[in-house]
Design a protein around this ligand. Structure first.
Ligand SMILES: [Ca+2]
Ligand SMILES: [Ca+2]
Length: 240
């Protein structure tokens, strides 16, 4: 993920090694790619007068889309921007100083979790997503690497709520058709692989050209299916 730092000194000039975009009066630089969680976000952009970028207008949103368009290989999944729902008891989303956000570009069904930053998903036209529940507890969506793990997980969800699908941690959001376990960037084996994989017959099929997230399909013995990422579903988290 990319993080953005924006800053402005009292004299109105950017700090050294920051870019300046005069039209929007914005100082910024690109941060390192990180595995973004609530706890990692607090350690970045923490220098004096630095913070994650505020996207407070359509113009800023468009500018970010434009200048990150050609660096997708480095920041392949999402871009972290400023926003928090943790500053008031009703969990309204605000900027980090508590002011209301005058502009937003939430994806359908979002925000669906509370958190301390927002992710703009490149593959979803830079729409905004809140943190997942797994990230907010310091974990991540489950990675399934062996048949033993697969069987254990399936038997577990079948006991909890057998009538629901469950998100797991693989997607092809970065490159269509190439599924990776998002927390480790390790490739998910496809049905053609001789290595372990748990796909349902004829999946992944990228149905309607918009299925990029992996889930356990309850109607099919919790085998793996690719589905539309913004469906609300339960999920399986993993934590080290
Ligand atoms: Ca897909
Ligand atoms: Ca599918």
């Amino acid at each position: 993920m990319i993080t953005w730092r924006s800053t402005k000194t009292d004299s109105g000039r950017c700090k050294p090694d920051f870019f300046y975009y005069r039209y929007l009066d914005l100082c910024y630089k690109f941060g390192a790619a990180i595995n973004a969680t609530d706890s990692t976000i607090t350690t970045i952009c923490s220098e004096p007068n630095e913070d994650l970028v505020r996207v407070d207008s359509e113009e800023r949103q468009s500018y970010i889309e434009t200048i990150t368009a050609d660096i997708g290989l480095v920041y392949n999944i999402a871009i972290c921007i400023q926003g928090t729902s943790m500053l008031n008891s009703s969990h309204q989303w605000t900027f980090n100083d508590g002011t209301r956000m005058p502009y937003s570009k939430w994806a359908k069904g979002q925000p669906d979790a509370n958190g301390t930053f927002i992710r703009m998903f490149r593959s979803y036209k830079y729409k905004w997503y809140s943190l997942t529940f797994c990230n907010s507890i310091g974990g991540y969506l489950a990675i399934i690497e062996t048949s033993e793990e697969d069987e254990l997980l399936k038997s577990y969800v079948a006991i909890i709520v057998p009538s629901k699908d469950y998100w797991i941690g693989g997607s092809d959001l970065a490159t269509e058709g190439v599924f990776i376990w998002e927390n480790t960037s390790v490739t998910v084996n496809l049905p053609t692989s001789t290595l372990f994989q748990g796909w349902l017959l004829d999946q992944p099929d990228n149905n309607n050209n918009n299925q990029h997230c992996m889930m356990l399909a309850h109607q099919f013995d919790f085998k793996w299916n690719d589905a539309k990422c913004d469906y609300p579903k339960d999920y399986v988290c993993e934590k080290n």
